[in-house]
Write a protein that binds this ligand. Sequence first.
Ligand code: NAD
Ligand code: GLY
Length: 359
Amino acid sequence: MKIIKVDLGERGYSIHIGNSILSDKKIFNQYITSKQVLVVTNERVAPLYLKAIEKHLVNFDYEVFILPDGETYKSLDSLNQIITQLLERKFSRTCILIALGGGVVGDLTGFAASCYQRGVKFIQIPTTLLAQVDSSVGGKTAVNHPLGKNMIGAFHQPHAVFSDTSVLATLPDREFAAGLAEIIKYGLIRDEKFFSWLEENINPLIERDNQVLAYAIERSCINKAEVVAEDERETGYRAILNLGHTFGHAIETALSYKEWLHGEAVGCGMLMAADLSKRLGFFEQSQFDRIQLLLERAALPIKVHNDAEFNQIFENMKVDKKSRDGILHLVLLKNIGEAFVTSDYSEKALKETIKNFLC
Ligand code: NAD
Ligand code: GLY
């Protein structure tokens, strides 16, 4: 098992990565410090992995909350239901929540933990690749508002993260590819060596070779942990983790969250950021081609079709959280392995980039 520390002083924690963590009683005993435990999961994950968790909870006063599956349920309504269950069961401030699922379950559970009685502990047990390399680490928690994704949330760091790679065996290929987009992101924003490693290892990675997968998750978590340790609340540097997200969120919203997975939108968004960087003269065509090829090999979409309209995408970008005082800041690329944040781009170039990706 690999252990990566997120160095945040008293809010610091460990990410445990291995292929048999769910059956490791010791680790549960070490981290579950309260008798009152609420496991939040969903209808898809529960039949697969809930029993493995429940085995460790026989001596606890534990409850389970099972959400329907889907991004729609990352909502205030679901949050309210969780809080109601906690109150009905008289859970106190020392209780602990466990998020067993992908990013939807993790973000919602983390937000519930941040609000319940002004903040209780929670453990992330991410079960998608995207959640293992990104959403379970760093303490961003949120629910969606009908007018914008992740618009209601809080920073609340988990007590620990348990990433068991064996659960990825049941993940559908499309979901797996969506996680690869976030892995590729780390190479692009700050780890050129890792990007080159991904180019060499993308085939075994797609085949879910255990060792290759474990290394990709570890390297991603190390990158994320370092960024978060430097800028926990995204006052500056952490914004590079949003490469592709401003474009991606705008596309997801334009498609009413129905067509693309978050990671797919981020993948295409990263290529759009590279395209804009190229138009502005920061980035080489040959580097753009390397990104496009890697995304294609990872089976990620690189063009937006269906019903997304130019105006919708352009307008959606303006309500992005990366907007400061109404000015949209974008994460762009100087090189593979070097991202930066800027508001210094022409609207004309941005519009050309968006148009270039519609078909
Ligand atoms: P998800 O949670 O919807 O999971 C994807 C699908 O896989 C779901 O149908 C889920 O039920 C299923 N699933 C989960 N684990 C499985 C398994 N082991 N086997 C089979 N099926 C499984 O989506 P996601 O991609 O994990 O996360 C996306 C969410 O994460 C978005 O809401 C996004 O905003 C959020 N996010 C948050 C952060 C952050 O820093 N907090 C970062 C990135 C993304
Ligand atoms: N996923 C972006 C962040 O955690 O900051």
